[in-house]
Each structure stands twice: as C-alpha cells, then as structure tokens.
Ligand binder design. Sequence first.
Ligand SMILES: [Ca+2]
Ligand SMILES: [Ca+2]
Ligand SMILES: [Ca+2]
Length: 323
Amino acid sequence: MGRKRTIVSGSVAVIVVFAAALGYHLVEGDVLPAGAPSPEPAELAPAGAPTEPAPTPETVKVASWNILNLGRETPVEQRAEIIAQFDIVALQEVESLEGLERLRAQVEAEAGTPWEMAVSEKVGEGNAAEYYAFVYRTDRVQEVDGPKGVYPEPSPADFSREPFFATFKAGDFDFTVATIHVTFGKASERTAEVTRLADVWEHIQGLDQAENDILLMGDFNRNKPTHSAFDALEDLGVSNLVVGTNVFTAYSTKPDKIGSNWYDNIWMDPQYTGHEYAGHNGVEYIHERYYQDADHPHLEVRKKVSDHCPVWAEFHTTKGDDD
Ligand SMILES: [Ca+2]
Ligand SMILES: [Ca+2]
Ligand SMILES: [Ca+2]
C-alpha cells in the first residue's frame, strides 16, 4: 500500500531546464548534485600540524523519507548515500529489522561517523504493517529522555499505522520528532487520519510541560499541505516547512512526467520552534544523482531506490532553547 514503483540526471542545468519545462521548480535549499564541490571544503592541514577536531556545526539537518519497502535483502548503498547527508532521518516503510541494521551500518560506513537508531514496534496489520525508525549521527544528535512511543490511538481504526515519536537533542535544541505513514486507503480514510494528527500533536505536547518543540514528519498521502485534511493541524497553529508551488515529493509512473504528488512534509509550531528554524528546507531530488544514463532516470530511481524523495529542514543548535 502506498508502494507504487517506478526516475533522472545529466548536468544540473539540463535537469533544471527539464524540470522547469515540466512545470516543476527546485525547492529552495536543494542539496548539491552528485559531483558538485562541497560547500565548505575542509582545509588541508600542513604536514606535521596538530589535527584539529571537526568544528561543531551550528545547525542540524532533519529529514523524513519513505524509503520504499526496506526488506531483508534490499540493496542499501544508494539509500545510505542519501541518508548520510542528513543528521537525523525519520524513515517510513521499513519492513525488516535485519534490512534496517544493514542500512544503518552502511550509513555509518558512508558517513565515517557512528549512527544509531530509535525504532518502533511493528505498527499496522497485514500488508500495511511496517516499522518506523529514526536514524541519527551520534556526534551531532543524541536521543534524550522525553516523550517516546507509539501513539496510543483511542480506537484501533484511528490509524492504519499509529505514529511513532522520540525525543532528541542537537546542541542547545531539544525536540520531539513524530513520524507517520498515512494509510494508502480510500480518500476519506486518508483525510480522517490526517485530521486525527491534531490529536496526536496535542497528546505529545501534553506529555512534557517543559518541552514544546515537535517536528511532525512523514508521508501524509494527501496531495499538498493546503489540503483541507490539514486544517485541524493548522488550527493548532502548526505549519508546514516545505512550501512552494508545483512541488513534488513522489515520482510519477509516466515516462514523460517526473513528479506526481506532494505527499511528504515537515510540520512545526512556529511559536516554539520558529526560534530554532534556520530558514532552509527542501526536497532531495534523488533522480538527479542516479541512473543519469537511463532514458528516464525517475523511473529507475522509483523502482530501485524509492518512489519518494526525502524532505528536510535545518535548525539552529546554538541559539539557546528553553521551550
Ligand atoms: Ca526544546
Ligand atoms: Ca509539551
Ligand atoms: Ca524551541
């Protein structure tokens, strides 16, 4: 469910023109394409000079990704390359804990730093069942005591897969991340689940009087954050970070169309988290880095990596955070 399968590359300029021709634009703050120079090249120390520790970054990059049926045997190399450029990633569609551990180890190898995970119990029934996971690099993000668990839904029919949440700290910034993979069922069921996320938000907010930074991230299976299903969240003062027009986060099955739906996003309450939000967010368009020789890279990527793109946002970690 929610597992459509279906990709793009060449020079960045070609992609941008191609995307523009199709009516898409790249969201602000897109990560660099493969092969592009690092924005902050490390300075080479002269021979014999003492090795300086890496400077502590002043922001943390938080992402959410529907990783497409991560099973025991699923190849993890490309998925790990994508994840390793962030600091903490909420994953949906994890089907196998063995596959997840292989992925974590590969991310660690790719990043060259230790990564750990917080993993839910298996949520949902039958074909819909999956694990949620937060994977994070421990030199920048630590899990801390605070709200954690699977949402105790009042009725078993409330969610196909109840949301999962855990609490982390990056520098001064402590925050609870909640993730959801909304049902791929009927439109009315999708809308009902998204509406109930306002109850989830209030539940998590009530668990800790001192902690109020919540990031709700995932695959909402409703096209565009302007859908009326999100009204209940907006009534709480919560707003989505990935904004724009013609944004897509899921790939089309059609050769002549790259993007399909804007299902993925990150929500926060600016009253509490606006102070930490660094003003940068985006969609990591993975079809721009793989299968560039294919006729339709997005069709390859959606089958071999994921039919969804990560969404991400950046937060200050040195501004002080007392809520
Ligand atoms: Ca906080
Ligand atoms: Ca609270
Ligand atoms: Ca805050």
